[in-house]
Design a protein around this ligand. Structure first.
Ligand SMILES: Nc1ncnc2c1ncn2[C@@H]1O[C@H](COP(=O)(O)OP(=O)(O)OP(=O)(O)O)[C@@H](O)[C@H]1O
Ligand SMILES: [Mg+2]
Length: 183
C-alpha cells in the first residue's frame, strides 16, 4: 500500500487530536500502518527544549515533517496534529512529503476558548503565558486545504466522515476497503 500524510492544522482546542485518533482507528481497521505525531508528545521528545517563538515553532514543524516524510515513504500513514500556525512552513512540509492531505480543523476562537481543553486559553487571557496561538500569537488559515472540517458546527462523527470521504475522493483510500469498517 502507498503511504500518505494527513496533516491536521487548527487553533488549540479545535479538535485535531480528537479527530486524529478517530481517523487512526479507521485506517488501522483498513489494514494501514499508522503513526500519529501529536504536537504534545513531539514536544516532550523529538522537539524537547524548543519554545514558541516563530523560529522554534518552524523548527518543531520541520522535525515533524521529516518524520512524516519517512513514515510516508515506508508505505504507512502519518497523521500529524500540531497547531502548525504558519502557512509557509506547512507548504514546505507539503512540498517535502508529496502525498500530503492538509485538513483544516476550523472552529471559531470563541468556541475554542469555551472548550479550553487544557486550560491554556485561561492562562493566555490572564497573561500568565505568552505567545499563545489565537490570543497572543498568529494563526494563518490554510488558503487551499484539501479538506475542511467545521468542528463548531459538526459532531465528531460528521467531521470524521468528511475526512474519510475526502480521502476517498483524493484517491488515497478506496470505498471497497472502507466497507469492512464501521464508522
Ligand atoms: N466535530 C468535532 N471534532 C473534533 N472535536 C470536537 C468536535 N466537536 C466537539 N469537539 C470537542 O473539541 C475538543 C477538541 O479537543 P482536542 O484536544 O482534540 O483539540 P486540539 O486541536 O488537539 O487542541 P491542542 O492544539 O490544544 O492540542 C474535544 O473536547 C472534542 O470532544
Ligand atoms: Mg491536540
Amino acid at each position: 500500500m502507498k503511504g500518505f500524510t494527513v496533516w491536521f492544522t487548527g487553533l488549540p482546542s479545535s479538535g485535531k487530536s480528537t479527530l486524529a485518533r478517530m481517523l487512526e482507528k479507521v485506517l488501522n481497521d483498513m489494514d494501514f500502518h499508522v503513526e500519529v505525531l501529536d504536537g504534545d508528545e513531539v514536544r516532550l521528545r523529538l522537539s524537547k527544549g524548543l519554545g514558541f517563538s516563530k523560529e522554534d515553532r518552524d523548527e518543531n514543524i520541520r522535525r515533524i515533517s521529516y518524520v512524516a516524510k519517512i513514515v510516508t515513504r515506508c508505505g504507512a500513514v502519518a497523521i500529524t496534529c500540531a497547531i502548525s500556525p504558519y502557512r509557509e512552513i506547512r507548504d514546505e512540509a507539503r512540498r517535502e512529503i508529496g502525498r500530503f492531505v492538509e485538513v483544516y480543523v476550523k472552529c471559531t476562537l470563541e468556541e475554542c476558548i469555551s472548550r479550553d481543553v487544557k486550560g491554556m486559553y485561561k492562562k493566555a487571557l490572564s497573561g500568565e503565558i505568552k505567545n499563545f496561538t489565537g490570543i497572543s500569537d498568529p494563526y494563518e488559515e490554510p488558503l487551499n486545504p484539501e479538506i475542511i472540517v467545521e468542528t463548531d458546527k459538526e459532531s465528531q462523527e460528521e467531521s470524521l466522515s468528511k475526512i474519510v470521504s475526502g480521502l476517498i475522493e483524493l484517491g488515497y483510500i478506496t470505498k471497497e476497503k472502507l466497507r469492512n469498517v464501521s464508522l
